[in-house]
Design a protein. Structure first.
Length: 282
């Protein structure tokens, strides 16, 4: 049995949050689920059965607790056991920064229990969400807490606005180029030195811009595959993908794709329906 709901945020939170999703899942078979990088930080509350995280920097088990997952630079697997419920906030690439009191780069490639970040607001949210009975009350609880954090942190000062706009402009250029733009062009776009741009981008997004570019590029490949309605993995034209997304050659494309998913493009298509979580309007 499985139910999966995606909910868009309210207008005030829309600049920071892509969406919320709530998954109710029950499966007696212990089957791994592949998690791949898609350029976003997320908060998740695990309720019910245990979930094992395998192949990440910190192989762990999660049950009845909230965690924040930083930007990930490679794939890992999770193995759900029994009946579980997941409640998740998916932040936009630059959207987590206002809600946490540390540089987002500090949690790169890590899954951190909320109790370990020493923030009473997040601990309070963890407790309140555990008591919610339906999706409507869950979203109301999430948004009330997030709006309080926005107000409390005095985010809209001149420093935040300037750097927020810089990162927003850089990400807009990265997306429009499908990840095919160099760091010097991005630094020039936002009127910073390369060193300043790398530091501010990592602080807000959680990963350095060079690595983020590579994630966006392979997510762009996934989007093209998603929209191609391929009936067979043999239909993939790797030459077209190399040309469209600025890879040096097929080997470069395959190695990049395999780094992030664990599979070559053809292997991936044979196992999964391709979907770009970064670009899809779910």
């Amino acid at each position: 049995m499985e139910s999966f709901d995606i909910i868009k945020p309210c207008t005030l939170l829309e600049p920071f949050i892509k969406y919320y999703w709530i998954l109710d899942y029950e499966n007696n078979l212990v089957e791994p689920i592949r998690v791949i990088p898609y350029g976003c930080v997320q908060f998740t509350l695990y309720l019910g059965g245990k979930i094992n995280s395998l192949g990440s920097n910190n192989d762990s088990s999660y049950k009845d607790q909230a965690v924040v997952t930083g930007q990930i630079s490679s794939y890992f697997d999770v193995v759900p056991q029994g009946k579980i419920r997941l409640i998740t906030i998916v932040f936009k690439p630059f959207g987590a920064k206002p809600f946490f009191d540390f540089p987002i780069s500090e949690i790169k490639n890590n899954i951190i229990p909320i109790k370990d970040i020493n923030n009473n607001d997040w601990l309070d949210l963890e407790k309140r969400l555990s008591d919610c009975k339906d999706n409507k009350s869950i979203i109301a609880c999430l948004e009330e807490n997030l709006l309080v954090k926005l107000k409390k942190n005095n985010l809209f000062n001149s420093y935040f606005n300037i750097n927020y706009d810089r990162v927003l402009s850089a990400i807009g250029r990265i997306e429009s180029s499908k990840g095919c733009v160099n760091i010097k062009e991005l630094s020039s776009l936002v009127c910073l030195s390369d060193k300043q741009f790398n530091r501010i981008f990592a602080d807000y997004v959680g990963i350095n811009p060079k690595h983020f570019l590579r994630i966006v590029r392979y997510q762009s490949v996934l989007l093209k595959l998603q929209n191609s309605n391929l009936s067979d993995y043999k239909d993939i034209d790797l030459h077209d993908l190399v040309y469209d997304f600025g890879y040096y050659d097929q080997s470069h494309l395959i190695n990049n794709f395999k780094e992030f998913t664990g599979y070559t493009p053809r292997e991936y298509i044979s196992l999964f329906s391709p979907c770009s979580e970064y670009f899809s309007n779910l």
